[in-house]
Each structure stands twice: as C-alpha cells, then as structure tokens.
Design a protein around this ligand. Structure first.
Ligand code: AMP
Length: 193
C-alpha cells in the first residue's frame, strides 16, 4: 500500500490535483470535505451535526471525521493505497490516522504540502464560489475564517509529520500541469526508494 496526504490550506488545489493523482497512481481518494458534503446532502444525523460548523468555516469535531475515515478505510479493503485530501486537519486527527493505518499494517509514505499565498487563496475561493455552489466559498468572511482555522489548527499537522521526515513542500502556484509534475516527481522518488 502507498498512502499519500495531500496537504495545504483551503483553495491550494488539493481537490484538482487529487483527481489527477488518483488516476495516475490508482489510489482511493478520501476527501473528508466531500464525505461531509454527501452526508449533508443525504440529511444524515452526521451531516446535520457537521453542517453548522462548515457553514461558519470552522472545523468539524475530531471524533466525527475520525469515525468517518475509520469506516472509509474499513469499506475499502482492496485499495492499493489511499490519497487523503483535507484530512488530517489537526494533530489529534494525524495521531488517530497513524493508529488506524498501523492496524492495517501500513503507514503514510509522504505528505505533499502545497504552498499558496493568502491573497491567491482568497481569489481562488471567491472565484470557485461563483460556480461551485458551495456555501462556504461564497463570502469573504467565511473564507477568512477557514484560512484562520488552517493557520490555528491545521498548519501544525505538517510539523507533526516533519518529525518523521515525511513532508515535502511544493509551490502550489503556477499551471495545474506544472504543479502536477512536481507532485509526481516527489511521489516517484518515494516509490523508487
Ligand atoms: P474542504 O472541502 O476540505 O475544504 O472542507 C470543507 C469543510 O468541511 C471545512 O471547512 C470543515 O468545516 C469541514 N472539514 C473537512 N475536512 C475536515 C477535517 N479533516 N476536520 C474537520 N473539519 C473538516
């Protein structure tokens, strides 16, 4: 199994690059944002509990997302590996993920951290809001709350994995192809190692 975390602030291109990476490497895409949105669409109890946090640009409580990821791992026993997108977003989530992966005799191979300036993130998210239909992309206040949550709680996840020499920083500005090539280069190095 080869497991990747695609890491970065909201709007850094994780979703776009994930689609390409899973196609190239045959990985199972696990995006907690997508999973939560489908729970909201299905009006499940989990979706209803998550919605109020998401509408305000705040993180959903750790227990909720950890349980969701745990089920997703159990539901995909045949996967060649997972691409985690938007998870883990706190150190507690990272610790929980490590434990879940150990139970499956596997681990995170690499954390690819996309770096994009706050000005560019805001521009991209406002732009995406014009077509995405996402409630949390539509106004600058919510976007700014999401970026602050990232700085306050999520940035520490990169430090957590740095201790294990797993983090590689990639410039997330430039063309989609250029960024994809840079990501693939790092993955290929790890696969060959
Ligand atoms: P995303 O689609 O990754 O931008 O996530 C959209 C929203 O879903 C976030 O602003 C959070 O409210 C929530 N969310 C997604 N993933 C997580 C996570 N790993 N931990 C907590 N909240 C999350």
């Amino acid at each position: 199994m080869f497991n990747i975390i695609l890491f970065g602030p909201p709007g850094s291109g994780k979703g776009t690059q994930s689609e390409r990476l899973i196609a190239k490497y045959g990985l199972k895409h696990l995006s907690t944002g997508d999973l939560l949105r489908s729970e909201i669409d299905g009006q499940t109890p989990l979706g209803l509990a998550a919605k109020s946090f998401m509408e305000r640009g705040q993180l959903v409580p750790d227990e909720v997302v950890i349980e969701m990821i745990s089920s997703a791992l159990d539901n995909n026993p045949q996967a060649n590996g997972f691409l985690f997108d938007g998870f883990p977003r706190t150190t507690a989530q990272a610790e929980a993920l490590d434990k879940l992966l150990i139970q499956k005799n596997t681990e995170i191979a690499i954390v690819l951290a996309l770096q994009v300036s706050v000005e560019e993130l805001t521009k991209r998210l406002l732009n995406r809001g014009l077509t995405s239909g996402r409630m949390d992309d539509i106004n600058e206040e919510i976007i700014s709350a999401r970026i602050k949550e990232y700085e306050r709680k999520t940035a520490a996840v990169a430090e957590y994995y740095s201790k294990y020499q797993k983090v590689v920083y990639i410039k997330g500005e430039g063309s989609i192809d250029q960024i994809f090539d840079a990501l693939c280069k790092e993955i290929d190095k790890r696969i060959a190692a």
